[in-house]
Design a protein around this ligand. Structure first.
Ligand code: ATP
Length: 257
């Protein structure tokens, strides 16, 4: 099967810091893949190389057989990349549904044919309502984002990403800051989106949810590939455990100093 996304031999340096070195992985169509690694492993840099925020010094990113390494982000979005950020930034003065309608309208203007039909605001609103339903916040449609708890804001962020009709959705720590129950529910929503056919890459520190929902894991450490494959087998890998323990020890050290 041709990979939906292929990242090969990617190296990213920021001055003297090597954030990624010869790193890569493939994502098959329909997969829900967890991208893991301790703090500073290079996950965000990998995500940014895929979305085009960062251009690698070496290596290539290929989407559906097309090399996109040097394309700007908006062109990658047009080709089917969707991104839901860790920091949620809706337009605060607009209702929840207007936020998603705006994104749905933007999706149409991404293609010339869509732009011709752009006057069909009602259809966009209808689509926005469907998306709110898919992520489970349709009852909040007329509310302002500022009145929403974090768990719902995160769902709004996912709905806005879905409005751009992505083939591949990149989720950057969607469960961060949520309590156990909310995290489990949002993880269930992510599984439902994947079952509907959406391919997903999930960066997430909540390991129990990652293990519960991901079909495959890719683990980075110090900018390099450390392990990949079946989630349980990967987490049982002594090298992965050592990398995580090492990072916990590093984080805890100053507190004990
Ligand atoms: N814009 C930048 N300028 C300089 N160094 C950077 C930049 N972005 C990342 N780095 C460095 O690159 C390395 C990888 O960082 P990155 O944020 O990709 O890791 P991460 O796995 O996402 O970490 P975390 O889990 O803490 O978010 C780190 O050493 C980081 O300090």
């Amino acid at each position: 099967m041709t990979a939906l996304l292929s990242v090969k031999g990617v190296t990213v340096r920021f001055g003297g810091v090597t954030a990624l070195e010869d790193a890569g992985f493939d994502l098959q169509p329909g997969e829900l893949l967890g991208l893991l690694g301790p703090n500073g492993a290079g996950k965000t840099t990998m995500m940014r190389s895929i979305t085009g925020v960062v251009t690698p010094q070496e290596g290539d990113v290929t989407l559906q057989g097309r090399v996109i390494t040097k394309l700007p982000t908006h062109q990658r979005v047009r080709l089917g990349l969707g991104l839901s950020q860790q920091i949620v930034r809706p337009f605060r003065s607009m209702s929840v549904i207007d936020n998603v309608t705006l994104a749905a309208g933007h999706a149409k203007t991404l293609s010339p044919l869509g732009a011709l039909g752009h006057r069909h605001r009602d259809a966009e609103r209808e689509r926005a309502r469907e998306l709110l339903q898919r992520v489970g916040i349709e009852e909040m449609a007329e509310s302002e984002p500022s009145s929403l708890p974090l768990g719902m804001l995160k769902r709004l962020e996912v709905a806005r990403a879905l409005a751009l009709d992505p083939k591949l959705l990149l989720l950057d720590e969607p469960l961060a800051g949520l309590n156990h129950l909310e995290a489990g529910r949002l993880a269930d929503t992510i599984v439902a989106l994947n079952r509907d056919g959406l391919s997903i890459i999930l960066i997430e520190h909540n390991l129990s949810e990652v293990l519960r929902i991901c079909q495959r894991l890719v683990v980075l450490d110090n900018g390099r590939n450390l392990a990949a494959g079946d989630p349980r087998r990967v987490m049982d890998d002594p090298a992965v455990q050592a990398a995580y323990l090492g990072s916990v020890a590093e984080r805890e050290e100053p507190a004990h100093a």
